[in-house]
Design a protein around this ligand. Structure first.
Ligand SMILES: NC(=O)c1ccc[n+]([C@@H]2O[C@H](COP(=O)([O-])OP(=O)(O)OC[C@H]3O[C@@H](n4cnc5c(N)ncnc54)[C@H](O)[C@@H]3O)[C@@H](O)[C@H]2O)c1
Length: 357
């Protein structure tokens, strides 16, 4: 394919600077064309590092005919209004996760992109290109662990106070991460939307019902710093999330104090565990090169990260250039969001929430 997709960047803060810019430079079928950020020093430093024109004007990106698609990396409540503006000027839209902070907003963005005939994708979907995720899906599809009975997501961070006023890098001084209205929520929506998409993608299951309890224990912010979520899937399987941003010692555990356990899928004939970038697989029946009746450790040279996103952008560009549906269309981002918004609603009402079919 000879043509490259021209990319404009909207929002040039932490993720755009530390990850997306470098990823786009390495993606074979895209070209970074221009960027914008309302903060002049942020625009200037981006231009200096990535050698593309950057300004404080949205029009400089949206009116640039060489920009085919935009990547929106802003506070969460701005994804939709900016995405709609971009769609209305004929630009394809990639939004950082989560795609919106309300379902109405998500619907508006999906509708605006449909009306304008442009493609839409929510960037958490990139997790499906992580080799461990892809392999886990293959194992599940091959029946190696049988039918899914349960899923478990555990994660614990201990975010420093500085995170809440500037992320991990301090590149942009800002308070949006503390604000429920601007972020949509805390640790769950900020960090675990990848995990719900990973589980939906690997298992092919949809969530039918959600119950949650959450609170803010150790952080002076509006959003939750600890949450426990219970899920019931449409096939009858159950699941949990336990996530924190304020756990002293974070997620390390185990005899040597080195293990960070992540996602776990329990099947009727085995288990798949994501742990420290490896997959641990127990299978009673074997298959796909695995030994039955014991734990198999599968290691991958590439973990979830920038390499994964090279594939994400490459596949999105292919979808645009070949005029087909992206692998992770806006509807997937909406579904991930719906589950987490249901968890927040449940946490407020102390009632389970049943999701739409
Ligand atoms: N930081 C990370 O490690 C990380 C990782 C994955 C995804 N993300 C996601 O990326 C998005 C941005 O997060 P971040 O950490 O880069 O935040 P950030 O605060 O560092 O950057 C956001 C940028 O958006 C800009 N902005 C504000 N209003 C704008 C507007 N109207 N138009 C254009 N730009 C505007 C800000 O000036 C700022 O430079 C979020 O959706 C976040 O969840 C972040």
């Amino acid at each position: 394919m000879s043509r490259r997709l021209g990319i404009g960047l909207i929002g040039l803060g932490e993720i755009a600077y530390k990850s997306t810019g470098g990823v786009l430079l390495r993606t074979p079928n895209v070209t970074m064309v221009a960027g914008m950020d309302p903060l002049p020093e942020i625009a200037a430093s981006y231009e200096a590092r990535f050698k593309i024109p950057c300004s404080t004007s949205l029009d400089d990106v949206l009116k640039n005919p060489e920009v085919d698609a935009v990547v929106i990396s802003t506070p969460h409540d701005l994804h939709v209004p900016l995405g709609i503006r971009a769609a209305q000027t004929g630009k394809h839209v990639i939004v950082e996760k989560p795609m919106a902070t309300t379902l109405d907003d998500a619907d508006d963005l999906i509708a605006a992109c449909q009306e304008a005939g442009v493609k839409l994708s929510s960037k958490e979907g990139g997790v499906r290109y992580q080799p461990a995720t892809a392999r886990a899906k293959r194992l599940l599809d091959a029946g190696v662990i049988g039918d899914v009975m349960a899923t478990q997501v555990f994660g614990a961070a201990n975010k420093p106070e500085s995170y809440w006023s500037g992320g991990y890098s301090g590149r942009v001084r800002t308070t949006w991460r503390r604000s429920k209205a601007e972020s949509g929520g805390g640790i769950l929506i900020m960090n675990y939307i990848y995990d719900i998409y990973r589980l939906r993608y690997i298992t092919g299951l949809e969530v039918a019902r959600v119950f949650a309890e959450y609170d803010t224990y150790r952080t002076p912010v509006e959003v939750e710093d600890f949450i426990a979520v219970t899920l019931r899937y449409t096939n009858g399987a159950i699941g949990t999330f336990m996530a924190s941003s304020c756990a002293p010692g974070a997620a390390k555990s185990g005899i040597r104090g080195t293990r960070a356990a992540g996602n776990r899928i329990f099947g009727t004939a085995g288990q798949i565990v994501f742990e420290d970038g490896d997959l641990l697989v127990y299978t009673e029946i074997g298959g796909d090169g695995l030994e039955s009746g014991s734990w198999n450790q599968l290691s991958f040279s590439q973990d979830f990260g920038d390499d994964t996103y090279v594939t994400y952008f490459e596949r999105f560009a292919e979808a645009v250039l070949e005029d087909r549906q992206p692998d992770i269309p806006g509807e997937e981002g909406r579904r991930n969001l719906e589950i987490f918004l249901a968890a927040y609603h449940s946490g407020e009402t102390h009632e389970p929430v049943t999701l739409s079919e």
